[in-house]
Ligand binder design. Structure first.
Ligand code: ATP
Ligand code: LTN
Length: 329
């Protein structure tokens, strides 16, 4: 049996964009034919910063449907909402007690998200303990995430090692898996910065549920570089290189194949071809999304995912409780 266990999570905050699709969600779908694949919509992580309750509920459903529309198949993979399985918070608490304030204070995400804020929750500081619990409950071997999550996966390995050394082999040490291509889709208005949900300039971001017509305008207005040749060269032509990557990822061809296709075209003609491809992709994607979002199946899939995840996680939680000396009820 394939012992590979893949676990990844995504927060139900903000609007998902093609960077999230290419760099994360689509990669999940691609890998799901081998091993056990578990994907979690991490609503408990989302409330580490203030959220409007109605929006959080709506985004939780929306992101779940997006994950399914991107090809994650509930027959092959598990998809569930973090707050539906109480084991995550319970193990998070235990792991809290094996993590030091010093180590947590060094987390870059915490520093970035707390900077300049009047109110910083203890939850934001403690975010990585809950993330470690998510991962360690399932004997996860691989965590496909972006570069920005590297430090959190390293912390997960550290706490697992510390626990194993004290109590005996309990947790499997997970490996970080950053996608080789598409790991960093850049913004359309500033190709030196990654496309990001929290970008204040929405012209740089292509939302997955955005009107394909207005996305077309954004692509046509995307920042290009000096010169006139369509060439893949991140140093000299970051704007063109980013569009070439987006095109090749969505059209399913290599970057060099795309370069050959566009040889001899000017920037305007090239952008029209990219806009056609993005528009085609979004139209198809949104059709699938609305079929799923409008059906009653979604709730059933999430309920089923939570039940199946609990069957696995609860065994691990009870093992941990036993190790630390909690008596059985
Ligand atoms: P924010 O900017 O608010 O932090 P985000 O757009 O970076 O949000 P996350 O929720 O942090 O999105 O990330 C969800 C997943 O999408 C992660 O695995 C992350 O690595 C991936 N991801 C985010 N932005 C990009 C991008 N521009 N290119 C490729 N992958 C991305
Ligand atoms: N911190 C991640 C989301 C996340 C996650 C996880 C990813 C929460 N728990 C477990 C992988 C495994 C983020 O912000 N992208």
């Amino acid at each position: 049996m394939d012992k590979r266990v893949v676990f990844s999570g995504i927060q139900p905050s903000g609007d998902l964009h093609i960077g999230n699709y290419i760099g994360a969600v689509r990669q999940w779908a691609k890998g799901q034919d081998a091993g056990l694949n578990i994907f979690c919509v991490v609503d408990m992580h989302a409330i580490t910063i203030p959220q409007d309750p109605k929006t959080l509920a709506q985004k939780t459903k929306e992101i779940s449907a997006i994950i399914l529309a991107a090809g994650v198949d509930p027959e092959k993979s598990l998809l569930f909402v973090q707050s539906h399985n109480p084991d995550h918070a319970n193990l998070g608490w235990v792991l809290n007690c094996y993590l030091s304030m010093g180590q947590m204070g060094r987390m870059i995400q915490y520093k970035e998200k707390s900077e300049g804020k009047g109110f910083v929750s203890v939850g934001l500081f403690d975010y990585p303990a809950l993330m470690a619990a998510d991962i360690l409950l399932y004997d996860t071997t691989e965590v496909p995430v972006g570069e920005d999550q590297k430090q959190h996966v390293e912390l997960t390995r550290d706490v697992a090692e510390r626990f194993n050394a004290k109590y005996g082999e309990t947790f499997v040490l997970p490996e970080l898996k950053i996608p080789k291509v598409g790991g960093r889709v850049m913004g359309l208005t500033d190709p030196s910065k990654k496309m990001s949900k929290s970008d204040s300039n929405s012209n740089g971001v292509v939302g997955l549920l955005e009107d394909p017509g207005s996305v077309r305008k954004k692509i046509m207005a995307a920042v290009t570089d000096s010169g006139s040749e369509v060439k893949y060269d991140w140093d000299k032509k970051p704007g063109i290189s980013n569009l070439l990557e987006i095109y090749s990822q969505l059209a399913g061809v290599s970057v060099s194949e795309s370069e050959t296709r566009f040889a001899g075209l000017n920037y305007g003609q090239f952008k029209t071809a990219v806009a056609d491809e993005v528009e085609r992709f979004l139209t198809n994607f949104q059709k699938k999304y609305y079929e799923i979002a409008d059906s009653e199946k979604l709730d059933e899939i999430l309920r089923n995912g939570a039940e199946r995840s609990y069957e696995m996680s609860h065994k691990k939680l009870l093992e941990v409780y036993d190790r630390v000396g909690f008596v059985k009820p």
